[in-house]
Write a protein that binds this ligand. Structure first.
Ligand code: ES4
Ligand code: ZN
Length: 326
């Protein structure tokens, strides 16, 4: 299939990727063994057979268990390097990745252990392959505003290594406004802001992310399509949506890949991009996400180019950095 070959060959960006969601079962068991941590699942097949989710929370329960074997700086380095090396082989040239510090702090793993491991891998990828990156600290929205502020305080010695902040985890019942003051503090520090919104949550949460918080990007955004005024507003602002096709399928945000709204988003003039979210859990990395769209929908060559171009324009690279990829 020539479209698949084209999608593989295109230089791509990844703007929505949770590094803890790249934890492949094989590596998870290897790190568990060397850290003498026992996993609830006894074999790789046992674990993989649990990867059947009916909603976001189902997945998150497993995701937090998986990351619990990460203890030392080298664990975060190895996890990040495995991901970067994988997507380098898929012609991903720039990544903007999330990490969830609170998911590790709650287990006694210090902030500096996490960020030092992740950041060193990002630097090595730059050295080895010229791959560029941004690092996004994401707040867990099921936790309190106070906990988010405590996390931000731990991050202040590392502001040079951080480009932005995000908001993830259980969306329903935890609207963006819950973290308004935290995000204001982050913006005052010069950080970019993005938030998961409209994955499971209503269009109202997307409105809040835009108007109350003033996000620079929207992660997912699927349910924004339920509100025509909101669609017009997103289009008018030129906001980028970081859409995740395989994630949407695995978490039942869409019932069938054939019905994925990404082409509709493009047709409406929205800046949709393709991203892999938690590739180890959702059945594939960047190229698998493109391949699924190509195999299951009528997406054409011009749309594939547009998605890749949107990924460059929607990144937090400078205009001159963007220009080198266009
Ligand atoms: C996530 Cl797919 C998704 N949604 C919300 N929070 C997350 N954390 C990791 N993956
Ligand atoms: Zn996500």
């Amino acid at each position: 299939n020539t479209l698949i070959a084209l999608s593989q060959a295109m230089p791509k960006t990844e703007l929505h990727l949770h590094i803890e969601g790249t934890f492949e079962p094989e590596q998870m068991f290897e790190i568990a063994r060397r850290n003498q941590v026992t996993l609830k699942y006894h074999t790789i097949d046992d674990l993989k057979s649990a990867y059947q989710f009916t909603n976001l929370q189902d997945f998150l329960d497993l995701y937090y268990q998986g990351m619990s074997v990460l203890l030392h700086e080298i664990d975060f380095y190895d996890l990040t390097m495995a991901y970067l090396s994988k997507v380098h082989s898929e012609n991903v040239v720039h990544v903007e990745i999330f990490f969830d510090p609170q998911g590790h702090l709650s287990r006694g793993v210090a902030f500096d252990v996490q960020i030092k491991g992740i950041y060193r891998a990002l630097q090595d990828a730059k050295q080895q392959w010229g791959m560029t990156s941004k690092l996004i600290m994401s707040f867990l929205r099921h936790l309190t505003e106070e906990s988010a502020f405590e996390t931000l305080a731990l991050a202040t010695p590392y502001l040079d290594w951080l480009d932005g902040v995000g908001l993830d985890s259980s969306e329903l019942g935890h609207p963006p406004e819950k973290f308004l003051r935290v995000f204001q503090a982050c913006q005052a520090l010069g950080l970019y802001v993005t938030a998961h919104a409209g994955e499971e949550g209503p269009p109202e949460y997307v409105w809040q992310a835009i108007h109350a918080i003033g996000v620079d990007r929207i992660d997912h955004g699927n349910r924004a399509l339920e509100d025509d005024e909101l669609v017009a507003d997103i289009k008018h602002r030129g906001l980028t949506l970081t859409v995740c096709p395989l994630s949407n399928l695995k978490l039942c945000v869409v019932d069938d890949m054939k019905n994925h709204p990404i082409q509709k988003m493009l047709a409406l003039g929205l800046n949709a991009t393709v991203n892999s979210d938690d590739p180890a859990y959702f059945g594939g990395y960047m190229n698998d996400n493109y391949a699924a769209l190509i195999r299951q929908t009528q997406i054409n060559k011009a749309q594939l180019y547009l998605l890749a171009k949107n990924g460059i324009l929607g990144s937090w690279m400078t205009d001159s950095e963007k220009a080198t990829h266009l």
